[in-house]
Design a protein around this ligand. Structure first.
Ligand SMILES: Nc1ncnc2c1ncn2[C@@H]1O[C@H](COP(=O)(O)OP(=O)(O)O)[C@@H](O)[C@H]1O
Ligand SMILES: [Mg+2]
Length: 362
């Protein structure tokens, strides 16, 4: 075991400029489901290569992609951080989508990083630990989504240290909003400690809620405003227009089968109609019960959310590019010798995503 010593200036932060951490201090708010679907649907868009990273000791992300049996339970990630070994994600869990699996080994990793931070008297060390491992492979991907644990402060700090953007899923109950506030506090700590790379709140997503309750978004917004005001965050801007609906049967069915919801919906649509087995005197096909509007509705929520999230990143990057151009113009006008200002991201601009259920990837 070698001590983790990576200095901030040894990390290629630019390679990490499209890393999104999906985080809330509470379990059961759909962090893993959202990470899986954002990564899975982004990878379906032409030209995007995507990496999903599971930083949770529960290791559920592999379940959602149906690759649980190939999971190393976080051992590769642990060895990468411990020994400086290159990260080797599971390749092509879907076309253009790789996965760094998590699991129980991350408990050991977390304890090790905490101990290193103590012995080196460097509280910001966790912020650099994952960034150091991820940066060398980050250039291979257009987007990276990190699924974060609800507790485990050290693992959360590692995720926030590597991330450029933070996406917070929340349900409407008080406990999930408290989880959001706990994360906001850690977010501010990370933001101060992780210079030079910026860290910003990208979005708050209401997830796993009843879409027919029309007053819901307004009520949640009012509650969030109070919660987030203390942090100077603009709740109205942060809350996505898309609400990910509650649809437990199809959500559980998808995870059980290792399919994303749109994949399950497509498989179900191709299954025989409900009455066929009855007429032939056979038991009904199992997958047939997902031939329901709620399945398609949830799939559409995920498409809409992916489009909204990528759209936001695209807008932020465009604003950043415009800011850089303004600065260069001003520099030119003043004929200064031009210290390099903040650089705009080097990726291609973010385009439109498909917004309808399409393309089975089962
Ligand atoms: N849209 C949904 N509606 C209802 N339940 C859902 C939905 N999506 C996922 N679930 C279920 O909610 C539980 C928690 O989801 P998960 O993504 O694991 O949350 P977290 O990662 O925040 O702990 C899981 O059992 C999952 O099957
Ligand atoms: Mg989870």
């Amino acid at each position: 075991m070698v001590p983790v010593r990576a200095a901030a200036d040894a990390i290629d932060w630019e390679a990490l400029d499209r890393v999104v951490a999906v985080i809330n201090g509470k379990g059961g708010v759909l962090k893993t489901a959202l990470t899986a679907h954002l990564a899975g649907l982004t990878a379906q868009a032409p030209d995007y290569r995507v990496l999903a990273v599971d930083l949770d000791v529960q290791g559920n992300l592999a379940l959602d992609f149906g690759v649980q049996s190939s999971s190393d339970q976080g051992q590769g990630l642990m060895q990468s951080v411990f020994l400086g070994k290159p990260l080797e994600p599971l390749r092509e869990v879907r076309p253009d989508l790789d996965l760094v699996t998590g699991g129980r080994e991350l408990g050991t990793l977390s304890a090790f990083i905490a101990q290193q931070a103590m012995s080196q008297r460097d509280p910001d060390l966790p912020l650099r630990a994952l960034a150091t491992s991820l940066a060398p492979i980050a250039g291979d991907y257009d987007f990276i989504f990190i699924d974060c644990p609800p507790g485990e402060e050290v693992l959360q700090q590692m995720a926030l240290g590597a991330a450029r953007w933070v996406l917070i899923p929340t349900r409407t109950d008080k406990a999930s909003r408290e989880g959001m506030v706990a994360v906001a506090e850690r977010f501010i700590r990370a933001r101060e400690g992780k210079a030079p790379q910026a860290l910003d709140l990208l979005a708050v997503v209401l997830a796993g809620v009843n879409p027919s309750a029309s007053a819901l978004r307004a009520n949640a917004l009012a509650a969030m405003k109070e919660d987030l005001e203390a942090f100077g965050a603009d709740a109205e801007r942060l809350l996505t227009a898309t609400i990910v609906r509650y649809a437990e049967t199809v959500a559980v069915g998808a995870r059980d089968r290792g399919l994303l919801v749109p994949e399950l919906v497509n498989v179900a649509a191709e299954a025989e109609p409900w009455w066929q087995a009855l007429r032939d005197g056979r038991p009904r096909s199992d997958v047939g019960r997902y031939q329901s509007a709620s399945g398609e509705g949830l799939a559409d929520d995920y498409f809409a959310l992916a489009a909204e999230v990528l759209g936001r990143i695209g807008e932020e990057e465009a604003a950043q590019r415009a800011g850089v151009q303004d600065e260069q113009l001003q520099d030119g006008a003043e004929e200064t010798d031009g210290e390099a200002g903040p650089r705009a991201p080097e990726h291609a601009e973010v385009g439109q995503l498909p917004t309808q259920t399409q393309g089975v990837r089962a």
